[in-house]
Design a binder for this molecule. Sequence first.
Ligand code: TRP
Ligand code: SF4
Length: 402
Amino acid sequence: MFQDRVLSGMRPTGAMHLGHYHGALKNWVRLQNEFPCLFFAADWHALTTHYEDPSVIESTVWEMFVDWLAVGIDPAKATLFIQSRVPQHAELTMLLAFFTPLAWLERVPTYKDLVERHAEKGRDVLTYGFLGYPLMQAADIMIYRANKVPVGEDQVSHIELTREIARRFNHLFGREKGFEEKAEAAVKKLGARKAKLYRSLRARYQEQGDAEALGEAQALVSDVQNLTLGDKERLYGFIEGGGRMILAEAESLLTETPKLLGLDGQKMSKSADNAIMLREPPESVTQKIRKMQTDPARVRRSDPGEPERCPVWNLHQVYSNENTRNWVLQGCRTAGIGCLECKQPVIDSINAELMPIRERAAQYEEDPTLVRNVIQDGCEKASDLADETMRDVRDAMGLNYT
Ligand code: TRP
Ligand code: SF4
């Protein structure tokens, strides 16, 4: 189909903690070596819930970027940008809104729940913007024709919605007068040999639903050099029958790592005061972990404990190898080791992990223009990519008239 492209975003929440690192950033660093990647600060998304205190956006955006760069996201490989600096996102969101059924948004599984949760904190999110926030997310993704979106479990339904909207768009606007004739003409442009192969793969897919044939036909089209984008879109669409494929269908990439919890065994977050920050000094890491609550049943050193009831065990699951984990299981259940002893390997691993991150962050803290320049550059690149899609979208929706 379209070229592989990864996109993900985060609401600006300021300096990042280990939960962000293990849940998302580490995966992003890996992905940037495999695919073209775009990562952005979703500052408009922050306004969907925090429209009453917009002043926090500025500092939280830059702090977040410092940490993205510090963990090794490399601007030479990935494009980093700010959503609101690419206002084309807003245009696409609005154009999608015209044909997005209200019921699709009301049925997003998290919607009603989130309205209540925010109300408990005194925030009224019974707004048009908050209901529309998954649609804005769909536009964030489709405006780059991204097909791979690394997200957490809670976001999977938003990616499904994105796919449904892409299909609806292609269905409504991918038709054009004389599509069949234009598609046939494009097939001829492939040359005799490839045209024959294309036709037989298309028949195999349409008559037998052969998914492999679909993939091969798409690869064939993708490799052709001398066709216009319009003809390529027709050829992609023609394999499956319908019309042109203007917007790509995205899928979520779930991160398969053990979840890193906070110091109290709950979800890690700065506001719950249970986080270890990526730029946390080593002494502070040591202190925080030494003070962590352990299995409440283990009152005295001589009492045996149960790792499953202890938040330190979660850290071992993320940081320790099998040997160390067995040492913990055995030592804890037989009271063979003390809790401070048990915590030490985790303290050492976290400090070793954070050392290069702190060092890299220091560079960017010293020279903020470094970060500003990376982002400026990224916003320009993102804007160029967004323009390509918007040209096709406006055209398909009949807006390119003179
Ligand atoms: N909604 C996401 C979150 O709250 C952030 C986000 C916005 C996003 N746009 C996106 C993630 C596009 C992936 C792709 O975490
Ligand atoms: Fe927790 Fe380790 Fe103490 Fe057991 S020995 S209670 S796992 S800190």
